[in-house]
Design a protein around this ligand. Structure first.
Ligand code: SF4
Length: 118
């Protein structure tokens, strides 16, 4: 399977999933291309487009939580950052993805005073 054509297919399917959740692909096209390429390679290796920035473990149940797009499983965490962990997806209103920071999930759970970054 060609990487470029599979990247296009993932773009098409992912858009349909993340759009209704209030997310879009990051305006950082270079990052989007990189993440999608890594996902296609993971899919070629494992049969599933796993997250390119999270570790695959021997636990299938845990691995299912990092199948892209994993937003529904990490909604509170990602909504607090206005981006997914990798930054492949951002909230629809975000125009400057570089202004958004990764915040550990534990910090989001602890306090609700998490800085929101646009
Ligand atoms: S963190 Fe982002 S890129 Fe990674 S699996 Fe979740 S939605 Fe996909």
């Amino acid at each position: 399977m060609r990487i470029e054509s599979r990247k296009q297919a993932l773009r098409f399917f992912f858009q349909k999933v993340v759009g209704p959740l209030g997310y879009k692909f990051s305006p950082d096209e270079e990052l989007v291309e990189f993440c999608l390429e890594q996902e296609v390679k993971l899919e070629q290796k494992h049969g599933i487009p796993y997250c390119p920035c999270k570790a695959i473990t021997g636990d299938r149940e845990k691995n299912m939580l990092i199948v892209c797009p994993c937003i529904p499983f990490h909604r509170e965490h990602f909504d607090a950052m206005k981006r997914c962990w990798c930054g492949l997806f951002v909230h629809k209103e975000v125009i400057d993805p570089d202004s958004l920071k990764q915040i550990p999930e534990s910090q989001v759970r602890k306090g609700r005073d998490v800085p929101r970054g646009i």
